[in-house]
Design a protein. Structure first.
Length: 163
C-alpha cells in the first residue's frame, strides 16, 4: 500500500507595515469558507492579530478585531463568520475545546493565534501562517496543507506573481 501524502503549497511575502500584512491577509480572507482553520504562529509582536484583522476585512465580518488573549475565543458575525481564538494563556488543547472551539469550527472560519502550542487539534486541511520579524520587516509564510488550502495558496501565488 502506498504512502498517502497531503498536497501542500507555500507563499512567502515580506511586509514592511501593518497595512501590507493586512492586505495579504485580506486577500486570503476573501477566499476562506466556513470550516477553514488558520493556525497563526510566531513570537509576541510578530503580527498575528494584525493578520487576523486582515482576514476579518476579507471575509468581511462585523466588529473590531482585537486579541482574544484574555477571553480565549471571540466571535465575529458576518457572511462568513470568524472565530478568533488565542492559545497563549492556555495549558492544554482541552481548554480551547471547553471554550467552544470545536463547535465554532463548524460555523465559522477559525483563526487561532499561538496555534503551535496545540498542534494536536489542527485539522488535516489547514492554513499555517508563520510570522517572523526583525527591525525592518516581517516575513510571512502561508502554507496551505491539504487539497483545499493548497489550491487557495496557489491562487494567491498566481495573483501575486502574475507576469
Amino acid at each position: 500500500m502506498g504512502k498517502v501524502t497531503l498536497s501542500e503549497r507555500t507563499l512567502i511575502r515580506h511586509s514592511c507595515s501593518p497595512e501590507e500584512t493586512q492586505a495579504l491577509a485580506t486577500n486570503l480572507g476573501q477566499r476562506l469558507r466556513v470550516g477553514d482553520f488558520v493556525a497563526l504562529c510566531g513570537p509576541l509582536g510578530a503580527g498575528k492579530t494584525v493578520f487576523v484583522q486582515g482576514l476579518a476585512a476579507g471575509l468581511p465580518v462585523a466588529g473590531t478585531v482585537t486579541s482574544p488573549t484574555f477571553i480565549i475565543i471571540r466571535s465575529h458575525p458576518g457572511p462568513v463568520p470568524l472565530c478568533h481564538a488565542d492559545a497563549y494563556r492556555i495549558s492544554t488543547a482541552n481548554e480551547l475545546e471547553a471554550a467552544g472551539l470545536t463547535e465554532a469550527a463548524e460555523e465559522a472560519v477559525v483563526a487561532l493565534e499561538w496555534a503551535d502550542k496545540v498542534r494536536e487539534i489542527w485539522p488535516n486541511q489547514v492554513y499555517i501562517v508563520q510570522l517572523e520579524y526583525d527591525n525592518t520587516a516581517r516575513r510571512i509564510e502561508v502554507i496551505g496543507r491539504g487539497e483545499g488550502p493548497a489550491s487557495v495558496i496557489q491562487e494567491l501565488k498566481d495573483a501575486y506573481f502574475r507576469d
